[in-house]
Each structure stands twice: as structure tokens, then as C-alpha cells.
Design a protein around this ligand. Structure first.
Ligand code: URP
Ligand code: ZN
Ligand code: ZN
Length: 480
């Protein structure tokens, strides 16, 4: 049986929305592998039993035979950018393309960052971002609300946004002059988050030091994409994590470090956790499988691989994989931030500081984790599901509606074929970018059938869903 390395329970044939056979039941952490029939009525899972008698189900019920496949809860990507005005341009996707990409990769829920500019009104930004999703989403979605300004006049707006169901903030310690907050505003925003029970997600890199390093590099004529990494070394990310965690320690605010890329930053987060800080770590798939040499590729191709924090030395990858295995890294997200190579990445031909940051990965994430995590023997399927679905649901107030297969949960299911063999390629991509960062790489496994609230959205890996069916997920604060 393929792809069982690291998963000694060997239960590759959990059965899908309806059908037979029992193997064995195994507990690991709180998760289990087992074979069963899953019955969905309307949008909800209503029965999970060893064998449901087909004579007892409603006429017209579709039976999906998941024999030989896995059935996973719909995957959740807790860090994506879809509508994103950034670095002088706009990210290339909309909710239609991003939903199709997500679903083709088994992801049924997206959490998008609302990233307004420092002049924008927060409430207007929230409405704008919601309007971008409303008619085009085929996945369910919610948002993290970025706090890029926090003077007294706008503070009430953040309370209103939380009241409207957005129970997480985003702060940037990076992007000087564009998105980063002063320490005074950061402290005050984190205080409000604590009062409201809202978790603060944070991009941790020291903005001022990066600015100084960038200026020095450009002055020395070091303008190519290969200099993006040296302008933002691991120590500045670790410094950002330390800084955020210091405020969290003083205030009791719960914090979630996004796209943690390197050993030094992971260590800072864990050191804070051992001091008692409520801190969780996210890492994103590009940092697990791509290293800094990609950004050094000639002919400006390195620009495809410019993201922040930058791709790191290869030694960091084992730290991330092992951090997931030990569950010290809670989630594997993408930081999907799509910019075309031919015209958008090219904005930085004369200075790496003008290359729009981001590596689109929303379609590839789960298959990359399966291929290079599970099949490579780094960890088992339960860990993959926990890191790619369950933990995001738990941390961001979506559990047990999302992130699990339970009676009463939304019928977001992925029938996953571990025997599928192929390659990652632009020709299969739904994202509106003109390159695939993983072009030609080996791919083991794919989402064969994907349902969102009981409706099939992907069949045989192809999108068959309904644009606009995605729902905004209201979330209550849980981080008190
Ligand atoms: O390179 C990245 N990460 N682009 C998107 C913006 C951000 O920092 O998350
Ligand atoms: Zn970021
Ligand atoms: Zn991001």
C-alpha cells in the first residue's frame, strides 16, 4: 500500500460519503483512523457507522465509493491573500480562481488577510474584502483583520468588526511605512485583543533593520532577487518574534506567529511558550520545500521565489518538518500571494525591494505535504490532517463545524487518492499566475472528490462546483 511511511496504523481505506468495510480502530492523540460509512444530509454529517444499510437512506442519495482512498475533513488554509493591494500592484487572483485552486487541492475553507492601507478606514476595508468574496467564493471563508493603524478614532471600528464575526487580528512588524505598526499602537492593539478575546496573528520581522539593510544593499549595487534574503536574515525574524512575545507576555494576549521560516524564529516562539506565553506557530509550505537557492536563480527567475520572510538555508527545513511532527508548529498554511512573473514580479528588475512578495501555493499545499511529508516518512496522516485542517479550526473558532469528521460537523470532506501519481504543473493550476513554483515536481496523491457542506465541488480532481456558494463564517472570540 503506498504512502504509509510514518503511519503504522495503515488504514488507507477509510470509506467515504457512504460505504462498507471495517478495519481497526486506533487512537493517536485525539485522532483516529477507522473505516466507516459517512452519511450526509443537507450540509451536515448526520451518521458515521461501520456499515449503513443503503435501504435505510433517502431515495436519490448519492453514494460515493471511497474504497482504497482516505477520507479527510476539508482542509483549511489559515493564511491566504486573494484581494491584496500590495507593493504598487494587486495580487492576481480573485475568489473564483482562488476557490477553484483551493478546492482542487482539497482545501474547503480559506482564511484571508484583510490588508488595508494606513489611510483606509478599517470598517470600509472589512466591507470591501467581504464584497470581493461574496459573489465569487466556492469555498467557505473568513478573515483575519489587519490592524495597520490604531489611533483612538478607529478603535471602535475594530470592536465592531470583531462583533461582526472576525475573531482574529493581524499585525505586521515588517513593511516599514506601508503596513507596520508603531510599538505604541502595537501594544494598544494587543491590549484590545486581550480584552476582546481575539488572537493576534503576526508577521514578525524587524521593519527598521530590514529597511536599513535594504538601503545598504541597493547602494552597493546589490539589486537582484538573490539579495532579498540577505536583507531579511533569520535573526531579524527571531527578533520580531521575541518582540511580539514580550508584549504578549506583559498583556496576556494570545498570539499566532505566521509564516515562521527558520530555526531561530521557531526557537524564540518556543522559548516564549516555555515562559508561559500563549503563542502558536504557523509555517507555510514554501519554507518546507524550497530553499534560498531558488531566489538565486539566474535571468531574474529568482523573483518567482521572493517572499517574506525569505526562503532560508536548507537546514531550516528539517526544523520545520520536525516542528510539525512534534506538534510544536501547529499549522501548515500557504501565505498564497499570487503575482505574475511576466509583468508583476518584473516591477523589481532594477531593485529587489520592488518585487511583489509572494509564492502562490494554495492548490499545491496538501499534495506537497502528503508527498514530501507523509510519503517521505516525516510524519503520519493524523499529523498532516491536524496541521492542515484541525488546528486551524480549533485556533480560529471554527471547530467542530470545520476541521473534523463528526456527526454535526459541516459535510466538508476530501476523498483523497494516495495512489495518484503525477507532477505539479502550471497547466493544471487555477491560480491566475503564469508560473508554478513547483513545476515538474513529483506529486503523490490528489483530492479525487471534495465536498463543501454536502455538495460535490471537485470530481476526479476537476472543479464541478458552484461559484458564489461559499459562505462567510462568523467566528466568536475564544482567546480569553
Ligand atoms: O511574501 C509574502 N509573504 N507576501 C504576502 C504578504 C505577507 O507578508 O504575508
Ligand atoms: Zn507576512
Ligand atoms: Zn501573508
Amino acid at each position: 500500500m503506498p504512502c504509509r511511511a510514518g503511519d503504522p496504523s495503515g488504514a488507507p481505506d477509510a470509506r467515504g460519503p457512504h460505504h462498507h468495510s471495517h478495519r481497526r480502530l486506533q487512537r493517536r492523540h485525539l485522532l483516529r483512523d477507522y473505516s466507516a460509512d459517512i452519511y450526509c444530509e443537507g450540509e451536515t454529517i448526520t451518521r458515521i457507522e461501520r456499515a449503513i444499510d443503503p435501504r435505510g437512506v433517502a431515495p436519490g442519495t448519492e453514494v460515493i465509493d471511497a474504497g482504497g482512498k482516505y477520507v479527510f475533513p476539508g482542509f483549511i488554509d489559515p493564511h491566504v491573500h486573494i484581494y491584496l493591494p500590495f507593493m504598487g500592484t494587486f495580487a492576481a487572483d480573485d475568489y473564483e480562481s482562488a476557490s477553484k485552486a483551493a478546492l482542487a487541492g482539497g482545501t474547503t475553507t480559506l482564511i484571508e488577510m484583510i490588508c488595508p492601507g494606513p489611510q483606509d478606514e478599517p470598517l470600509a476595508a472589512f466591507e470591501l474584502w467581504k464584497s470581493k468574496a461574496e459573489r465569487l467564493a466556492a469555498v467557505d471563508y473568513t478573515f483575519h483583520m489587519s490592524v495597520v493603524r490604531f489611533e483612538e478614532a478607529v478603535q471602535g471600528q475594530f470592536r465592531e468588526i470583531v462583533g461582526a464575526g472576525v475573531a482574529s487580528f493581524k499585525v505586521f512588524l515588517a513593511y516599514k511605512g506601508a503596513l507596520n505598526l508603531s510599538d505604541g499602537d502595537l501594544f494598544a492593539a494587543m491590549k484590545l485583543a486581550k480584552d476582546l478575546g481575539v488572537v493576534v496573528t503576526a508577521h514578525c520581522e524587524n521593519a527598521d533593520a530590514i529597511d536599513a539593510l535594504q538601503r545598504a544593499l541597493l547602494l552597493a549595487g546589490q539589486t537582484g532577487p538573490e539579495w532579498h534574503g540577505p536583507s531579511r536574515p533569520p535573526t531579524l525574524e527571531a527578533d520580531g518574534v521575541h518582540h511580539l512575545c514580550t508584549f504578549a507576555e506583559l498583556l496576556g494576549t494570545h498570539v499566532y506567529i505566521v509564516h515562521t521560516s527558520c530555526d531561530a524564529a521557531v526557537r524564540e516562539a518556543l522559548a516564549a511558550r516555555y515562559r508561559g506565553v500563549n503563542v502558536w506557530v504557523e509555517s507555510v509550505i514554501p519554507h518546507f520545500v524550497l530553499d534560498e537557492t531558488y531566489a538565486e536563480r539566474p535571468e531574474f527567475e529568482g523573483a518567482k521565489y521572493v517572499m517574506s520572510p525569505p526562503l532560508r538555508g536548507a537546514a531550516n527545513q528539517a526544523v520545520l518538518w520536525n516542528g510539525v511532527k512534534s506538534r510544536e508548529i501547529s499549522t501548515i498554511a500557504t501565505d498564497h500571494a499570487p503575482f505574475r512573473f511576466k509583468d508583476q514580479k518584473q516591477m523589481g528588475t532594477d531593485a529587489f525591494t520592488k518585487i511583489p512578495n509572494g509564492i502562490p501555493s494554495v492548490q499545491e499545499r496538501v499534495d506537497l505535504v502528503h508527498t514530501y511529508g507523509v510519503c517521505a516518512g516525516r510524519f503520519g496522516l493524523q499529523t498532516m490532517v491536524d496541521a492542515c485542517s484541525t488546528q486551524a479550526a480549533r485556533l480560529f473558532g471554527l471547530y467542530p463545524k470545520k476541521g473534523t469528521i463528526q456527526v454535526g460537523s459541516d459535510a466538508d470532506l476530501v476523498v483523497y487518492d494516495p495512489a495518484f501519481r503525477g507532477t505539479f504543473s502550471l497547466k493544471d493550476s487555477h491560480s491566475k499566475v503564469d508560473y508554478n513554483a513547483y513545476e515538474g515536481w513529483e506529486r503523490r496523491g490528489r483530492a479525487s472528490i471534495v465536498t463543501v457542506r454536502g455538495q460535490v465541488q471537485v470530481r476526479d480532481g476537476k472543479f464541478v462546483g458552484t461559484i458564489g456558494r461559499g459562505q462567510f463564517l462568523r467566528r466568536e472570540p475564544t482567546h480569553f
